[in-house]
Ligand binder design. Structure first.
Ligand code: UT7
Length: 332
């Protein structure tokens, strides 16, 4: 039994937060943000719109595009670091309920920006082992809920959104996910961290006074490690599978910073046409970034059945992952 990438869907909140808006909030400029990150604007969810709401809409689209009923889904894996609730229930359980899916295994995974590719590896393993047939994987983030909008080093980067995909069983090897690499190095756990709430810093007045509930990032150190690790990782997955970078029509990197994408794409000698870029309009949406980017090329009619995708991501943990797979859905 093989696992195939059966469909894609995404949800993008309607509220736009532009660089000009941020200029009014912190000491920054459109010019600095654009030059250092490539971001022009990002989307922000409404106050009454939570991670599971965005995930639900993306999931409905993905299930429909796979030609399935909600009841066909036998596992839901939600990758998020901005869950509806920090402890329980998992966002995947809330999503299952909002989709009206009963009697389904559902859980979250926490791998920050690498979450969607980590979820893909989980889905692949469940399907190849014969335990599940149709796995709904989701990357969804309300990152604005953990961003300090007085901290110019982080608030310019992140946005909200969700993407989802159905991974299904197939006997046809030509449709199958080819390979996934996923790894982590906890020695760098202080590079990207939300210090609270958690068992280290349970919620307290001190947590609120010191803003420990907001994301903190060692930006420049993360940047350098991201370029090095991502380049090594994609080169390895390509050579392991005897595939040349020039034969990849769609390189879908995590959308954190245009300069990182350019450096990795350049190291692979990719052309502009091969590299999928959405960071300019969505910013960094963490676990949602890769499925949102895949959905963008799908809806633009640029992603055709059978075409190869190379996914590549890096995030808090630190975690990183890459995947080599054909798009095995229908162009509707
Ligand atoms: O998704 C998970 C993985 N995340 C990433 O991969 C993100 C990686 N990091 C980055 O994308 C970049 O490091 C940033 C965009 C966050 C920062 O760019 P940088 O080129 O690494 O800048 P820097 O942190 O070295 O800061 C350079 C200067 C500093 O001023 P001084 O010390 O040189 O006077 C900062 O204070 O830029 C200043 N700065 C800003 N200036 C205007 C930092 N943020 C801003 C800002 N506007 N928003």
């Amino acid at each position: 039994m093989y696992a195939k990438f059966h469909s894609i869907g995404a949800y993008v909140p309607s509220t736009v937060l532009s660089n000009a808006d941020l200029e009014k909030m912190v000491d920054t400029s459109d010019e600095w943000i654009l030059k250092r990150t490539g971001i022009r604007e990002r989307r922000i969810a409404r106050d009454d719109e939570v991670t599971s709401d965005m995930a639900k809409i993306a999931s409905e689209i993905a299930i429909k595009r796979a030609g399935l009923n909600h009841s066909d889904i036998d596992l839901i894996v939600c990758a998020t670091v901005t869950p509806d609730y920090f402890n329980m229930p998992s966002t995947a359980c809330v999503i299952a309920d909002k989709l009206g899916i009963k009697d389904v295994q559902a859980f979250d995974i926490s791998a920050a920006c690498s979450g969607f590719v980590y979820a893909l590896s989980v889905a692949k393993a469940f399907i190849e082992s014969g335990m599940k047939r149709h796995v709904l994987i989701i990357g969804a983030e309300k990152f604005s809920s953990i961003v300090d909008y007085t901290d110019r080093s982080t608030c310019i980067l992140f946005g909200d959104g969700a993407g989802a995909s159905v991974i299904s069983a197939t006997n046809d090897k030509s449709e199958a996910i080819i390979d996934i690499h996923a790894s982590a190095d906890g020695a760098y756990s202080d590079f990207l961290v939300t210090p609270a709430p958690g068992s280290v810093n349970p919620l307290s007045q001190r947590v609120l006074d010191e803003g420990l509930n907001f994301v903190q990032m060692k930006g420049n150190e993360t940047f350098k490690l991201a370029v090095k690790t991502l380049t090594k990782d994609v080169k390895e997955i390509l050579s392991d599978n005897n595939i040349d970078a020039k034969d990849i029509p769609h390189f879908v990197p995590h959308q954190a910073n245009y300069r990182i994408i350019k450096a990795v794409g350049g190291a692979l000698k990719m052309t502009k046409e091969q590299v999928v870029l959405t960071v300019d309009k969505y910013g960094n949406t963490s676990a949602a970034s890769i499925p949102m980017a895949i959905n963008d090329i799908y809806e633009a009619g640029r992603l055709k059945k059978g075409e190869l995708m190379l996914l590549d991501t890096f995030g808090g943990g630190l975690t990183w992952a890459s995947a080599l797979l054909p798009f095995s859905g229908d162009n509707l």
